[in-house]
Design a protein around this ligand. Structure first.
Ligand code: GDP
Length: 367
């Protein structure tokens, strides 16, 4: 049989009734000459360092992928981008759904870009995004002005299971964005539970958006939000809501007095603003920039980043140990039985866990 490469069809000619005619299909396309080439680690790194957002976006997709091959490339790209990262201001922005995060980030982003130039990346941590499919923090359509701004890069939350996994991916994306020349990074997060802690552990300034009349003043104290916040801002301070917002601000200021002074030496401020009407935006950013100046001068900026790097090392060890344990075929075979034994009261949780861990450690050391 004739090798397909030698056939006239392969060479871009179709044989019809013995008369050679040009093919309607571009032969180069068919041979994959213009088909999308997969990029090498070097291509990704070069593209990112040149500030190419298309390549940056593709690299972020690799970071978010669960495919081991993609992960291997992503880790190498991150490693090579690391020396070019770190030179940004990272601001975490938290608030419950409806607090006005997307409206505010749109305004904040435009303000900061006009004020300081440079480039802004908006990333997100939302571990619920896979489960609900509804919540897609960072979605471009929610930030109309920023999404068409040439110096912005908006990326929705990675939607991969555990909070630890989602947060790690966002943190790795920060590195890639910084290497691509983004000198302002916003990390948006939902104001519930552990995702705030994860966000706090990767930013220089943690901004908490609150609303008046929600009873959140007390909830904030309960959830430990007051200890994390470098600034609390009361949104929707417009129309009839101005007085309630001022009252809420006073309550937050009073509540802050109940806490010991933060390690940074900075006293968290409480401000009112309106994201929708663009009121008080400058004051919010005066606060953020004063904080950055303050902590860069007293050394806390570098200290916090170093502590965060240490935190993420341990987080990464925990995640990898957990994955190695649960992905082990023998262990996953034993888990249902162990679970039943605990439910039936035949074994205590502690004994069942110890037996599984002992089995795992024996398997690992036998390798
Ligand atoms: P998110 O869920 O935290 O991202 O909140 P959104 O930005 O989507 O805003 C939720 C709702 O609050 C929307 O209907 C906005 O129009 C409204 N909103 C946001 N900011 C303001 C504000 O400053 N004032 C008023 N009155 N409404 C606002």
């Amino acid at each position: 049989m004739e090798h397909p490469e030698n056939s006239s069809e392969y060479k871009g000619l179709t044989v019809n009734s013995g008369v050679a005619q040009p093919s309607i299909v571009n032969p180069y396309l068919r041979r994959g000459r213009f088909a999308r080439r997969s990029l090498s680690v070097g291509d990704y790194v070069e593209g990112i360092l040149k500030g190419n957002v298309t390549i940056l976006g593709q690299a972020v997709t690799l970071v978010e992928s669960t495919n081991p091959q993609h992960q291997a490339i992503a880790q190498e790209v991150i490693e090579r981008c690391l020396p070019h990262s770190g030179k940004s201001i990272r601001v975490g922005i938290s608030g419950v759904p409806g607090a006005g995060k997307s409206t505010s980030i749109d305004e904040f982003g435009i303000h900061v870009l006009e004020r300081t130039g440079g480039r802004l990346a908006v990333l997100a941590i939302d571990p619920s995004s896979e489960k609900t499919k509804g919540s897609i923090l960072g979605d471009k359509t929610r930030m109309e002005k920023l999404s068409t701004h040439p110096d912005s890069f908006i990326r929705p939350s990675p939607s991969a299971g555990s909070l630890g996994g989602v947060a790690r991916k966002t943190r790795e994306t920060i590195i890639l964005c910084e290497a691509a020349g983004f000198d302002k990074i916003f990390v948006e997060t939902v104001g519930v539970g552990q995702s705030e802690t994860a966000c706090h552990s990767m930013v220089d300034f943690f901004l908490v958006i609150q609303l008046a009349n929600t009873g959140d003043e007390l909830q904030g104290i309960k959830r430990g939000i007051m200890e994390m916040a470098d600034g609390i801002v009361i949104n929707k301070c417009d129309g009839d809501n101005v007085e309630p917002c001022r009252l809420a601000a006073r309550q937050f200021r009073n509540a802050l007095h109940l806490f010991p002074a933060p390690e940074s030496g900075w006293t968290p401020q409480v401000l009112c603003y309106s994201g929708f009407y663009g009121l008080g935006i400058k004051e919010v950013w005066d606060m953020v920039f004063s904080y950055i100046d303050f902590v860069k001068t007293n050394g806390y900026f570098d200290h916090r980043r170093a502590e965060q790097a240490k935190y993420w090392m341990y987080e990464s060890i925990n995640e990898q140990l957990r994955n190695s344990f649960y992905n082990n075929a023998t262990i996953s075979g034993l888990l249902p039985g162990a679970e039943r034994a605990v439910l039936d009261g035949q074994k205590t949780s502690f004994v069942a866990a110890k037996q599984l861990l002992d089995t795992y450690l024996t398997l690992i050391s036998a390798r």
